[in-house]
Write a protein of this length. Sequence first.
Length: 360
Amino acid sequence: MSEESFLAGMERAPLEACDDADSFLQSRFWGLFKAAFGWTPLAFTADWGTFGSKPLLVISRPLAAGLSFAYVPWGPELPRGFPGGPGPRRAALLETARALRPFLPKSTCFVRFDPHWEAMPAVPASPLAPPLRKAGADVQPPDTVLVNLAQTEEALLAGMKPKCRYNVHLSGRKGVAIREAGAAGLESFYRLLTVTAARDGIAVHSRGYYETLFRLAAEGTGRERALCYLASHEGDDLAAAVVLQRGPHAVYLYGASSDRKRNLMAPYGLQFRAMLDAKAAGCVDYDLFGIPPDDNPAHPMAGLYRFKTGFGGAVVLGQGSCDYPYKPLWASLFRAAEKVRRARRTARRAARPRATSSAE
């Protein structure tokens, strides 16, 4: 079957070119951040012909046995006016993968895409038709909740589900204090994160991972602003959140909560404060960053779905990660190993319904 062609050219570019990306995951800031933890960032300019050009961030890292893989987080971004539908999107992925091959190490066995597009139907013409394959595990959460900040505070509250709105007010009435502590709050955040990880059976990064995020934001390597919110009551820190603001977008990256005083509903007041601050900073949406695909009470993260959808935003379903193999055998083996690890993680979480979101 012939494919319509859209990509007119791919050129290496300085990492600064990614400052013009729409998403923080395609930004120079994210490339430098991941470089601090063993990834190699590569920047490109993708020429989409009559539709215009877009920057493209690719990060690469080694695997075992002298192999490596490349990853395109929330990309490729497509220019305004690019045609929708599974055919053009499939062509965009295939052409990007083929155009990147000469620029990547010869050891690269596949390139993984995380297109930040809404999900497409699983039909033969969809973006996931061969040679593209569904990844063994998603890297970024494909499904999320977007809260529209281009409305009044009263409208934000009115748009919440009744129980969520009640809990936001309850946290205030009970004296829960919310503060934005910046990098100085990371000590409390990380302490709460270790409590959350033990309770929910999730893995967390080292404290240095989060400190690096704040350091790079403070250095002004891009348009990002990192904020650390803490919710406390009578000297006890009860909840924490790391939020990244970038241009018109705010993203709730990481969250944690204490096992104490859970009846005070501190995470609800904290999230509402973060939304109001993002609105005041000029952001037009707030991404709660990661939910299960539906309200299935048997899902190990069902509680997370109820919490995040309670704020009344739009549920957005994505297609998740997919791979284009350069070395099909090695790519298949890696994908199989990922599926095994994912199944084990799911089994461990099955008895622990609470979970937090994270960005990789």
